[in-house]
Write a protein that binds this ligand. Structure first.
Ligand code: FE
Length: 226
């Protein structure tokens, strides 16, 4: 059994950005909704597999194989876009606090991180993720081609940059580097920092405005509203 997922809503601010048009965002959102629909459809089919389907599993072609492969494409389409849409509509700038400190530690400077991100984005065929590697303890700009290629186990993405043409072709044609500039200009670092806080153990995901959580031990330090 599985629980169907529902589409996230686009942030109002992300429809009024300078550099990434409302048209691009609404068309892009339709693709995301398609991934949500397909994720639910494939999970439903997996939940209905019969004994003969399991018995027929085969590495060249089988229902189990095809469903499980396409599931990774669908679920990548859901999760990557939720990070992407969730941190667009901000004012750009730079991160601050311990996230900036970690970026400086792992890349040498914010400028180095940005240089690496831009080059990774131009070199990717689909996605770029700034992710925290829990095993090795560093932030890294990982490159993904499709949305289900090259994820790294036990690394959590806190920033996702969609470099598929559908993310920028309406606004920039083939000039992807200009789109990456626009992405950075509209990035909401507070949302990225919130994800950073959650993966470090602040279950409530506190930010400067506080989280409003109750109880002890949420790890918010002085920022919490309770
Ligand atoms: Fe996309």
């Amino acid at each position: 059994m599985f629980t169907p997922v529902e589409s996230m809503k686009l942030r109002e601010e992300s429809l009024k950005m300078d550099g990434i048009s409302e048209k691009t965002m609404t068309e892009h959102y339709k693709l995301y909704e398609g991934y949500v629909k397909k994720y639910n459809e494939i999970m439903q089919k997996l939940s209905e597999l019969k004994d003969e389907d399991y018995a027929a599993a085969n590495q060249t072609y089988s229902l189990v194989r095809e469903l499980k492969i396409e599931l990774t494409f669908a679920v990548g389409g859901v999760k990557n876009h939720e990070i992407y849409f969730g941190h667009l509509g901000g004012q750009g700038g730079r991160p601050d606090g311990d996230l900036l400190q970690q970026i400086v530690e792992d890349f040498g400077s914010y400028e180095n991180w940005e240089k690496d991100l831009k080059a990774t984005a131009v070199g990717a065929r689909g996605w770029v993720w700034l992710a925290w590697d829990h095993d090795y303890g560093y932030l890294f700009n990982y490159l993904g081609d499709s949305q289900n290629t090259f994820p790294v186990w036990n690394a959590t993405p806190i920033l996702a940059l969609d470099t598929y043409e559908h993310a920028y072709f309406i606004d920039y044609g083939s000039a992807r580097a200009k789109y990456v500039e626009a992405f950075l200009k509209n990035l909401d670092w507070k949302a990225v920092q919130k994800s950073w806080g959650i993966l470090l153990g602040d279950e409530c995901g506190c930010d400067d405005e506080g989280c409003g959580c109750e109880g002890e031990g949420c790890g918010c330090g002085g920022k919490c509203m309770h």
